[in-house]
Design a binder for this molecule. Structure first.
Ligand SMILES: Nc1ncnc2c1ncn2[C@@H]1O[C@H](COP(=O)(O)OP(=O)(O)OP(=O)(O)O)[C@@H](O)[C@H]1O
Ligand SMILES: O=C(O)[C@H](O)COP(=O)(O)O
Length: 400
């Protein structure tokens, strides 16, 4: 791949469009509930501002119709606090107001343009050539000299602001993009044995990862946690109870049970299922051994139990590399946080080279103040896609 980086960009005095991913959890009043994704881009944005560029920042927030579909003014205010140069907010993205705001910038100043997804074309997927003809790319590129993509976490989307600009402007990877491609692109070359821990709720994506790492012999073992483990237990005919089975069905994961069963048929000795699980009983955490399941009718499996944490931690202790994706349980609730907190801590404190993917996983790490991972990815779906060896459209578009 021949992807240019900021090292190749003569930034001083040029107007640069920088696509970032600052899609963040919001509080009820629409303020930012977490600014981690904004902080991740400080290095790229500060470098450009310090080198005298004029920076037009492009980003999305939420999905049309969703609860977190919102204006980017709070994001602009926070970036203004975080960055070395002033950041203004413009409530347009590519129309005349936006272009005027970009043209009014001085060297070392930035403007955050409005949520790209306020425009219908931005929520469609195009090939890069066609994306370069969309209104957003066509209009905005007329006031830009170069384009930087730092939005690794959105790189699995083939949307105009992510894939359209490289056809019409010199394009570069920002520092976040560069680091993510470096780490996730080389994870298969890290020390053996490799152990993948798959949890959380993105069941289909996680099963893609399990299949890829087992079929290509990239991982020696896969440890399942979270909803992913519940699906694998159902596939192994473990009775996780009506409530958890109903959750799997309601969330649309039932098709995945069959896929999990196929993987178990081929690789049973390399896929570990929880030895015990935690449910809520009389308002308290209660742990149940796998062979004592099912739980009572209304009880859901919400975490892995302590025997599982111990067994998985022993596997981690012997690993050369650990790739961790998704929380082990409902970590947001203290009652069911132990699996995530203790297993993640075991990984962070092990001698293994450790990589973590997923927005919720990163949030759990911050919540529990766990330190010691080699890399915590900014990407959820994008990181999973890379771990399955699939190309990322926005990365391919940068490859000029
Ligand atoms: N046993 C369980 N039952 C129900 N929900 C669970 C269970 N285990 C984990 N979860 C939930 O899964 C969610 C996180 O899963 P997800 O796959 O989204 O993680 P991620 O990949 O780290 O994050 P992101 O999707 O933001 O990138 C959390 O909200 C957690 O509460
Ligand atoms: O949070 C993410 O995973 C990225 O910002 C992409 O968001 P999307 O899944 O709404 O495209």
């Amino acid at each position: 791949m021949a992807i240019r980086t900021l090292d190749d960009l003569d930034a001083a005095g040029t107007t640069v469009g920088v696509r970032v991913d600052i899609n963040s959890p919001l509080a009820n009043d629409r303020s930012l509930a977490d600014d981690a994704r904004l902080r991740a881009h400080v290095e790229t944005l500060d470098e450009l501002l310090d080198r005298g560029a004029r920076v037009a920042v492009l980003a999305h927030q939420g999905r049309p119709g969703g609860d977190e579909f919102a204006r980017l003014e709070p994001h602009a205010d926070r970036l203004d606090e975080l960055l070395s140069g002033p950041v203004s907010y413009c409530d347009a993205t590519f129309t005349v107001g936006a272009r005027d705001a970009v043209e009014a910038l001085d060297d070392g100043e930035a403007v955050l343009l409005e949520n790209t997804r306020f425009y219908s074309e931005e929520y469609m997927e195009f090939d890069p050539e066609r994306a370069s003809e969309t209104f957003l790319v066509e209009r905005l590129s007329s006031v830009l000299d170069a384009y930087v993509n730092d939005a690794f976490a959105a790189a699995h989307r083939s949307q105009p602001s992510l894939v359209g600009f490289p056809s019409v402007l010199d394009a570069y990877a920002g520092r976040v993009m560069e680091a993510e491609l470096d780490v996730l692109g080389n994870v298969n070359d890290q020390p053996d044995p490799r152990v993948d821990i798959v949890g959380g709720a993105k069941v289909a994506d996680s099963i893609d990862v399990v299949r890829h790492v087992l079929e290509h012999d990239l991982a020696t073992e896969v440890l399942t946690t979270g909803v992913v483990a519940n699906v694998f237990m159902l596939a192994a005919s473990v009775d996780i109870g009506d409530a958890s089975a109903a959750f799997v069905r309601e969330e649309g994961y039932w098709d995945q049970v069959e896929r999990a069963a196929t993987l178990l048929d081929g690789h049973r000795d390399r896929i570990r299922l929880p030895l015990d699980v935690a449910v809520e009983r009389d308002g308290e955490r209660t742990e149940i051994a796998q062979d004592a399941l099912p739980p009572r009718e209304d009880e859901s499996v919400l975490d892995i139990g302590h025997d599982t944490i111990e067994a998985y931690s022993e596997v981690v202790a012997d690993a050369g590399t650990v790739v961790l994706n998704g929380p082990a349980g409902v970590f947001e609730d203290d009652t069911f946080a132990a699996g995530t907190r203790e297993l993640f801590t075991a990984v962070a404190e092990s001698d293994a080279y450790s990589v973590v993917g997923g927005g919720d996983s990163a949030a759990a790490i911050r919540r529990f103040g766990i330190e010691g991972f080699d890399h915590v990815s900014t990407g959820g779906g994008a990181a999973l896609r890379m771990l399955t060896g699939e190309p990322l459209p926005a990365v391919d578009a940068l490859d000029q």
